[in-house]
Design a protein around this ligand. Structure first.
Ligand code: HSE
Length: 445
């Protein structure tokens, strides 16, 4: 290929680590769109080396002209490789390989959210010293270019908060439960078969995967270090079909959200199931689709929507990162877009709030013995704790049952106050099971 000035330039050589769902998708997209991609990048891009645990297994891609190995170290130390694309997942071997690749002067593209969330501070610091780029668009929300949008497109804003459906598997499960009344585990098995779920699917359903992604989004939104261990996490395993139905009756949908927000006491980082008014666009993001809502002080709310998982959707982000890296190969490292959006010496340590200090509204489902005075006892506890009730529904007991469901929506209150009230309610003689609590957000500012 020739540059604008007529000079002949060599193809950029990619060494791929991992030939699974995303690795296969990346090869397919790079091959199919080779001509469009090189018109954009200004160079041809060739995958020349690839490492996989088992190179004999049938691939979902064509590996002709690619040197295959089971030893990833061969790829990261091959002098011919310009960019290492890490798609093996996990954070131990991946960390070792990425740190070595950086030390070898390779640029890195990764889709690995656990790696960036847990070791990103160290990785970016090393990359800066070595003058190489580490790009990670595919780590958050699959194919949605959310990193670029926040890091570059919204660079003029003070970001106030962001909230996202950032785990496709969890959203797929909640959607199928709502639309088809399907069993949680059957839907999870489908998500695994379709290649959406993590190698350890508890990461999807317990909120770990979403917390990895939220850690990354919060860092680039607020200019803070990556702090995965400070994210509050609650999964979707306790959500029942009843909760889905009751939420609908109240005009809400249940979504598993990652929320990062500034308060005057610090930054709140939380992942939990959330009731959202059904009129909000984000409440209508279904299946494996992801969406991130970002509130900037200048632009107001902006919403980014797209496929959050899957082979070519994620490959789309990986390839975009490769193009970005190729375009800046010859630029002065000091003048590149900073990895975490803010200049490294301008990252600050705004405190992260404890969940106890977070204020939100609540949905409560209380299973109580059907006898006079129960509701009065509950409302008295809530009143004493200064928790005002916005809506209340009491259900008829099912046939031959003595327990009734009482469903309440409250106004906003500190989590610590709600914890104390729930403890008192659970201690009542007429309450036999744990109170189900789901946080509620309306996103009206
Ligand atoms: N398991 C993840 C999800 C894959 O379901 O969203 C994409 O990160």
């Amino acid at each position: 290929m020739k540059t604008n000035k007529g000079n002949v330039v060599n193809p950029v050589k990619i060494g791929l680590l991992g030939l699974g769902t995303v690795g296969g998708g990346t090869i397919n997209v790079l091959k199919r769109n080779a001509s469009e991609i090189s018109r954009r990048a200004g160079r041809e891009i060739q995958v020349t080396h690839a490492a996989a645990r088992d190179i004999t297994r049938a691939r979902i891609c064509d590996t002709t002209n690619i040197t295959l190995t089971t030893n990833a170290h061969e790829v990261i130390s091959d002098p011919d490789v310009d960019i290492v694309v890490e798609l093996i997942g996990g954070d131990k071997l991946a960390r070792e390989l990425v740190m070595k690749a950086i030390a070898n002067g390779k640029h890195v593209v990764t889709a690995n959210k656990a790696l960036i969330a847990k070791h990103g501070n160290e990785i970016f610091s090393e990359a800066q010293k070595q003058g190489v780029m580490v790009a990670f668009e595919a780590a958050v929300a699959g194919g949605i270019p959310i990193i670029k949008a926040i890091r570059e497109g919204l660079a003029g804003n003070r970001i106030e908060w962001l909230a996202g459906i950032i785990n496709g598997t969890g959203n797929f499960i909640l959607t199928e439960m709502r639309d088809k009344g399907r069993d949680f585990h059957a839907v999870l098995a489908d998500a695994q078969r379709l290649g959406y779920a993590e190698a350890d699917p508890t990461f999807d359903i317990e909120g770990v995967d979403a917390a990895h992604k939220l850690t990354i989004l919060a860092s680039i939104a607020f200019g803070i270090p990556l702090q995965f261990d400070k994210v509050f996490m609650e999964g979707i395993t306790n959500i029942t079909q009843q909760d889905v139905v009751y939420a609908e009756e109240l005009g809400y949908r249940i979504k598993h959200l990652g929320i990062a927000s500034r308060t005057n006491k610090g930054i709140a980082l939380r992942v939990h199931p959330t009731l959202i008014p059904e009129r909000r666009l984000i409440a209508n993001v279904d299946g494996v689709m992801n969406a991130v809502l970002v509130q900037g002080d200048a632009v107001g709310p902006t919403l980014y929507y797209g496929a959050g998982a899957g082979s070519e959707a994620t490959a789309s982000a990986v390839v975009a990162d490769i193009v970005d890296v190729v375009r800046t190969l010859t630029s002065d490292p000091e003048n590149r877009v900073p990895h975490l959006a803010f200049q490294p010496d301008a990252i600050n340590n705004t405190p992260i709030l404890s969940m106890l200090d977070v204020e939100t509204a609540y949905y409560l489902r209380i299973s109580a013995t059907d006898k006079p005075g129960v509701l009065a006892d509950i409302t008295q506890i809530l009143g004493k704790a200064e928790i005002s009730i916005e809506a209340i529904i009491q259900k008829e007991p099912a046939r031959n049952e003595t327990a009734v469901d009482i469903i309440m929506l409250t106004h906003r209150i500190l989590e610590s106050q709600m914890n104390a009230a729930i403890e008192e309610i659970e201690a009542l003689a007429s309450i036999n099971t744990k109170v189900m609590r789901i946080r509620v957000e309306t996103f009206d500012n």
